[in-house]
Design a protein around this ligand. Structure first.
Ligand SMILES: Nc1ncnc2c1ncn2[C@@H]1O[C@H](COP(=O)(O)OP(=O)(O)O)[C@@H](O)[C@H]1O
Ligand SMILES: [Mg+2]
Length: 249
């Protein structure tokens, strides 16, 4: 693996004191990689990346971004530090136009650079440009995710962190979102992706971790993990061929 942009070591985090949800999780994300975090429903995937993004209190462990310790950095400072987080829901302002959604995401850019940067986003996402005056709430599910990702990318993050960008989308939009992430990676952006949709995520990922009960239990090359018996064992229920659906949605 190339030098890590994001290095998480032995992370313990949770919502209430004494009730850890993330229980010693470690991952690394190399420059330019797409790293996928899989795991059954309730495994703590969302809690894990929210803790990385400063949104869930961390009890112990470290988060390094490009070598800088950001473990204690508050969520609102993450964008400036270079970590852009796209939550699973409520990741756009539905009442505002597409244009305004992008404008308000530009906070850390120099005002004179903003119009050109918005134009660059429209060049990357022509579908958004076509709807630039539309209320974001009227976009399709796939376009909404596109807008959420554009809002995150607009400030040139070192790492883009996404929580289940395909959740709730129809199959057509699921492939649209995964194609978009592949294109973004080609442009040099490092991506950490949490997904329930293991097959689609492993198809675009470089490496993957399986999180079980708040801990990384298995790691591998994405293209090999789908057929890995250890993953089948750890990850019951995600595979249509499996008779039992142990725990996972
Ligand atoms: N805001 C919260 N407050 C308290 N517990 C929570 C909160 N969000 C999630 N949890 C708990 O954390 C555990 C892991 O949830 P989550 O991180 O959402 O898992 P995943 O994303 O893998 O489905 C679950 O038991 C869930 O009930
Ligand atoms: Mg989740």
């Amino acid at each position: 693996m190339s030098e890590p942009v994001l290095l998480v070591r032995d992370l313990v985090a949770g919502y209430e004191p004494g009730v850890p949800i993330v229980r010693g999780a470690s991952i690394s994300v190399g420059k330019g990689e797409i790293v996928v975090v899989l795991g059954p429903n309730g495994a703590g995937k969302s809690s894990f990346i929210k803790a990385v993004a400063g949104l869930v209190p961390i009890t112990s462990g470290t988060v390094l971004l490009d070598g800088l310790d950001i473990t204690a950095a508050p969520a609102h400072t993450m964008v400036r530090l270079g970590l852009a987080f796209v939550p699973q829901t409520e990741n756009i302002f539905p009442q505002m136009s597409v244009d305004d959604n992008l404008k308000v995401a530009c906070g850390i850019l120099k005002p004179r650079d903003i119009p050109a940067r918005i134009d660059e986003m429209y060049a990357t996402f022509p579908d958004l440009e076509r709807h630039r005056r539309m209320s974001a709430g009227n976009l399709s599910g796939g376009q909404r995710q596109m807008l959420a990702v554009a809002r995150a990318l607009i400030v040139h993050p070192k790492v883009l962190v996404l929580d289940e960008p395909s959740a709730g989308l129809s199959p057509k939009f699921v492939s649209m979102v995964f194609e978009m992430l592949t294109d973004i990676r080609k442009s040099g952006v490092t991506i950490l992706l949490v997904e329930q949709n293991a097959k689609a995520a492993l198809a675009i990922g470089d490496r993957a971790y399986v999180l079980v009960e708040g801990k990384d239990r298995h790691e591998g090359v994405a293209s090999e993990l789908w057929n890995d018996p250890v993953v089948a064992e750890l990850y019951l229920g995600q595979r249509p061929s499996h008779p039992k659906t142990g725990g996972a949605a």
